[in-house]
Design a protein around this ligand. Structure first.
Ligand SMILES: [Zn+2]
Length: 167
């Protein structure tokens, strides 16, 4: 795996254009991404060593999950590889709530970096400053779920839901 600073530089490069292309980003970090059909719905993703490529990892994502969900899963697995490759061991599997057996702290870190990858603060702030504040519009631009965008914007979930309902 690349060093943290190299990896972050590659991430920043990919963030110049929205929406962030998660599979391309993974590839540039030395990670391969595979979609897995027939996984149970409560499995989101998995990451494990790529035996053909020393230090490389393979990411697996539930093919049945919606597109924006798969993007978050790929970003979450990328985050595991970038932040703590030494914790991946023989592989980790994330369930629907991104719990893998690693500590909650480590999972929270991976979720935070995944959100940072998919919804870069600078671009988000720029759009908001230009007057785009609708969660549906913003989530569409970044190709994330409205739920992920609501969390990013610190909008309580039920507010986001009801706002959509009555919009
Ligand atoms: Zn995880």
């Amino acid at each position: 795996m690349k060093s943290l600073s190299d990896a972050l530089a590659i991430i920043r490069e990919h963030q110049k254009k929205l929406p962030i292309q998660t599979v391309d980003l993974a590839r540039d970090l030395g990670l391969r991404v595979f979609k897995v059909p027939n996984w149970p719905n409560d499995l989101s993703g998995m990451i494990r060593k790529n035996d053909e490529n020393e230090g490389g990892f393979d990411i697996f994502v539930n093919a049945a999950h919606p597109y924006v969900r798969r993007r978050f899963t790929i970003a979450h697995e990328i985050a595991h590889a970038v932040l703590h490759p030494q914790l991946i061991g023989n592989g980790i599997t994330d369930d629907a709530l991104y719990r893998s057996g690693l500590s909650n702290t480590v999972e929270a870190q991976a979720n935070r970096l995944a959100a940072d990858i998919l919804m870069p603060r600078d671009q988000l702030n720029e759009l908001i400053k230009s007057g785009i504040t609708d969660i549906d519009v913003l989530s569409g631009k970044f190709e994330v779920s409205t739920q992920a965008m609501a969390i990013r914007l610190n909008v309580p979930q039920h507010d986001a839901e009801s706002r959509r309902e009555f919009a």
